[in-house]
Design a protein around this ligand. Structure first.
Ligand code: C2E
Ligand code: MG
Ligand code: MG
Length: 740
């Protein structure tokens, strides 16, 4: 069904042209046949008019001959002697245009005697004429014999006869032979030709007209004509002769002997050229239509080509050459129209740390990597699946999978292929691609909503490289997040947030070198909640700044108490969320509190995570902030060092006091490569005058290696977990702080 529809769709312009041409042709045919009918009618009228006029002329000509003869007859009473009669008749014949004049006696004797005997062969003719008065008689050879009885007083039974040759009448009807294409002739009531315009054979023999070979219509018209002729009526009709020619025949009675004037002309006599004109008009219009049609087709082709080009621009991601969001939406709508419920899954992929790639490798290399990701995803699609880049480093897929296990397997293959050895040289590190998915239970659901759910699932992904599915658990998680968000102000007011301190031990002498303050939420309903659960959440809505400041005041208050108790203030580091850098004046409240609690310089250390440094927009601010921090007596350390890509470059650009090597480094401490990397990092930091703190140290082996490598301090469960302040205060004296 579908292909037929699309073929018809594509043939639309041709069908349109064909339909318009057919309608125009039908109109032309109708118009030309009406024109032909009108011309035929005009031809009939014309022939009728001309032949009626001619019939009148011939009749009056015959009448005038007859009258001339009668006037001669009047002069012959009494009949002069033979010589005088002969002389008179010869003279009168000459004057009146007769070939010969003669007085004929009832016995047939003629005066003058030289009167051609052949005119008198049929005596019965004369006898009849004598009894019926003046007459004109047709003689063989188309000569006409006019006769009148001599007037009373003349010899009884005598008649005056005059012979006129046929040429006279021929001259009259000859011009009406229509240049040899038609025929005008005089016939008697039985159809025999009395006078034809020429002695040459006309284009059609009358015998042919009356032949039985003519069509039924012609036969009928001819029989009608014979009736009319018998009743001395005139008429006209058209017919097709046996030779196929169309003819118009008109007939008019003459007032002599029941003779009829016949006019036979080709039906196309008048319309002949009109037919040629009509044909030429046809050709012109057909040619015009053809040109118009071709122009129209060319226009349609151009329009389609332009549309295809526009579509390809509108639906192509210029960077990857793959689908863009609009194209994805279009393809998805097609898919969704025939998609069974719960048969497909929409996946959202967000390449992690892509900013860092752009930052470290350059935008060109970043683009190349995005192209590569897009191509790899596309290569792993099955028929009926779609993939598109919808944002800088975000992709969406519509997979024909419904089971989470299957979706995960497909995604693992894709990510595996992206990070395979075949990846471009620019991509030096395996990419982490957080994934969120939403099964399409109802294909009628708005795509944006499904994508938003997959995106939310991706954001709330709990385990690295494991796709997070939008399901009831996730919805619960979202609800819980909303709840936690709502409870933050109350919990702050109630003092449900606590500072825990995790000691940093100096490797040089085993003394306590400082502590990191870490927040804990003792939730009245959920119990102890680790920061990993609520910090990202508060970072998303910005409330982490309030929390950090709250914690900072707790730290300042603690240090103040310790100092007031006469203890040496222990250097305490605290985590400063990157969200603070959205506000250029973020440092002010920290300075106020530091002053308010009279905390000496060099005690408070702000920990900034690596990701803070890579945000292009706040890079300048971070750089100048570090200068400000130092100016106001804060220390600054680079937290989670080594998780990102170009950590080393940071040391060059940012004036930090310490780096906190991430615990990831030490998971493979047994490997010589790992050891080499750590040693060189530490050596480099030493060269730059930057302290090193190793985080997440759990084993003696790790601690021993770091001591050897020259690391300044370690922080980890090996010495102590983060402790509530009272416990820390108990723990700390066993490791008295040594000189920095
Ligand atoms: P972080 O700043 O890198 O803190 C170190 C994390 O490593 C802490 O997790 C600590 O408990 C854990 N840790 C320390 N030693 C070991 C070890 O030997 N083994 C293992 N497995 N873990 C160890 P915690 O307290 O859950 O904090 C997680 C993260 O939450 C922190 O990472 C920090 O980024 C953030 N955070 C904690 N407190 C605050 C806060 O007050 N403000 C802000 N903005 N972020 C905070
Ligand atoms: Mg930290
Ligand atoms: Mg850390």
């Amino acid at each position: 069904m579908k292909p037929t529809k699309s073929i018809l769709f594509h043939l639309r312009p041709i069908i349109l042209i064909a339909a318009v041409s057919m309608v125009l042709s039908a109109l032309l045919l109708w118009n030309s046949s009406a024109l032909k009918r009108e011309l035929a009618h005009s031809t009939e009228e014309y022939v009728m008019d001309v032949s009626a006029q001619l019939a009148g002329d011939i009749s009056s000509r015959l009448d005038s001959f007859q009258q001339a003869l009668e006037s001669v007859a009047c002069t012959l009473s009494p009949l002069p002697d033979q010589d005088a009669l002969q002389a008179s008749l010869n003279r009168q014949a000459q004057i009146l245009g007769f070939d010969a004049l003669a007085v004929i006696a009832p016995g047939g004797a003629a005066v003058p005697q030289g009167f051609p005997k052949e005119y008198l062969q049929d005596r019965s003719v004369f006898q009849n004429k004598l009894s019926s008065g003046p007459a004109v008689t047709y003689l063989g050879g188309q000569d006409l014999l006019f006769s009148v009885p001599l007037e009373a007083g003349g010899p009884a039974g005598h008649i005056l006869a005059g012979v006129r040759s046929k040429e006279n009448i021929q001259a009259l009807i000859a011009p009406k032979s229509y240049n040899g294409r038609g025929l005008t002739c005089i016939v008697n009531s039985s159809g025999a030709v009395v006078i034809s315009p020429t002695d040459l054979k006309p284009f059609l023999q009358l015998g042919d007209i009356f032949s039985s070979g003519a069509d039924a219509k012609a036969q009928q018209a001819i029989s009608h004509m014979i009736t009319d002729m018998a009743a001395q009526r005139s008429g006209v009709f058209q017919f097709t002769a046996v030779d196929g020619s169309n003819l118009v025949l008109s007939y008019h009675p003459l007032n002599a002997n029941g003779w009829i004037l016949l006019t036979l002309v080709p039906a196309d006599l008048i319309s002949g050229n009109a037919g040629a004109y009509i044909f030429r008009s046809f050709l012109l219009i057909a040619g015009g239509l053809l040109v118009l049609g071709l122009l129209f087709l060319a226009l349609v082709q151009t329009y389609r080509a332009n549309r295809r080009q526009l579509e390809s621009v509108a639906y192509t991601d210029p960077l990857t050459g793959g689908l863009n969001r609009a194209a994805f939406q279009r393809a998805y709508q097609k898919l969704a129209s025939g998609m069974p419920p719960s048969s497909c899954t929409l996946v959202f992929l967000d390449v992690k740390g892509f900013k860092l790639i752009n930052e470290s490798l350059g935008v060109r290399a970043g683009n190349k990597i995005l192209q590569y990701i897009c191509q790899t995803l596309q290569q792993h699609l099955q028929p009926g699946e779609i993939a598109a880049r919808v944002n800088a480093d975000q992709f969406v897929l519509c997979l024909q999978e419904s089971a989470p296990g299957q979706v995960q397997a497909r995604l693992d293959k894709m990510v595996g292929a992206i990070n395979s050895s075949g990846r471009p040289a620019e991509l030096q590190y395996a990419l982490t691609i957080p994934q969120g998915a939403c099964r399409i239970d109802d294909p009628a659901t708005d795509l944006m909503l499904i994508e938003e759910r997959a995106r939310t699932a991706c954001k709330l992904q709990s385990e690295r490289s494991v796709c997070s599915f939008y399901n009831s658990d996730l919805i619960e998680k979202i609800k819980r997040e909303q709840e936690l968000n709502a409870q933050l102000p109350l919990s702050l007011a109630h003092g449900d947030f606590y500072v825990y301190l995790q000691p940093k031990v100096r490797l040089r002498d085993g003394a306590l070198g400082g502590a990191e303050a870490l927040v804990r939420w003792r939730h009245p309903q959920y119990g102890m909640i680790p920061p990993g659960e609520f910090i990202p959440l508060f970072e998303r809505n910005g409330s982490v700044c309030t929390l950090d400041l709250y914690l900072f005041e707790q730290i300042c208050a603690l240090l103040r108490r310790w100092m007031d108790q006469g203890r040496a203030p222990l250097p305490i580091s605290f985590n400063l969320s990157r969200v603070h850098f959205k506000n250029p004046n973020y440092l002010e409240p920290f300075l106020r509190l530091k002053e308010q609690y009279r905390i000496p310089n060099g005690i408070l250390e702000m920990e900034l995570t690596e990701s803070t440094f890579f945000d292009e927009q706040q890079r300048q601010l971070v750089q100048s902030s570090i200068v400000e921090m130092h100016r106001h007596g804060f220390l600054c350390s680079l937290d989670d060092f080594g998780v990102g890509f170009s950590a080393l470059a940071l040391l060059k650009d940012f004036d930090v006091d310490a780096i906190k090597l991430d615990r990831q480094f030490f998971s493979e401490i047994a490997s010589s490569k790992s050891r080499a990397v750590i040693s060189s990092f530490i050596a480099l930091a030493q060269t730059l005058g930057i302290h090193t703190v190793a985080e997440g140290i759990e084993t003696r082996e790790q601690a021993d290696f770091l001591r050897q490598a020259g690391c300044d301090m370690i922080q980890g469960f090996y010495f102590s977990k983060p402790l509530p302040i009272p416990e820390f205060e108990t723990w700390a004296p066993s490791r008295p702080p040594g000189p920095n």
